[in-house]
Design a protein around this ligand. Structure first.
Ligand code: 9YT
Length: 129
């Protein structure tokens, strides 16, 4: 059993600044849960290109408003507080934040906790034990 507070992560290497977003990594690979959990703020007015080719992600919006555009079909998915989107096909997408958006992000497989996107919006596979 463990309890993690957001305050435990703030100001550490597990509070990761991705430019358009700040991700606070609460549960990581080292915790051996098989997934990771982040509390992420997406900054108002930003558009981020993301393509998690190596991960599935569920994103639960607990505050704010924006939209996701899936690039395979150019479909626009409005997202507001209390809505979750699941990238169940490793969907390449744009994330646009109208206001600051606070998101609870669950990744499978787990992130090591230090990742930032590469130039294609991808996180690498973490092969380390
Ligand atoms: C919602 C989203 O994918 N934002 C980018 C950051 C990522 N979720 C993370 O590392 O928390």
């Amino acid at each position: 059993m463990k309890v993690v507070s957001l305050e435990d992560v703030l100001g550490t290497e597990h509070e990761v600044d991705g430019g358009n977003w700040i991700s606070r990594r609460l549960i990581m690979k080292k915790d051996n849960m098989g997934y990771s959990v982040n509390d992420t703020i997406i900054k108002a007015g930003t558009e981020t290109h993301i393509w998690y080719q190596n991960h599935l992600e569920s994103v639960y919006c607990i505050e704010g408003e924006g939209e996701v555009v899936t690039l395979s079909d150019n479909k626009v998915w409005p997202i507001k507080t209390n809505q979750l989107y699941a990238l169940d096909k490793n969907d390449e997408h744009l994330l646009r934040a109208k206001t600051d958006m606070r998101m609870v992000c669950v990744f499978n497989p787990a992130l090591s906790g230090l990742e930032v996107h590469d130039e294609n919006g991808v996180y690498p596979v973490d092969d380390s034990k």
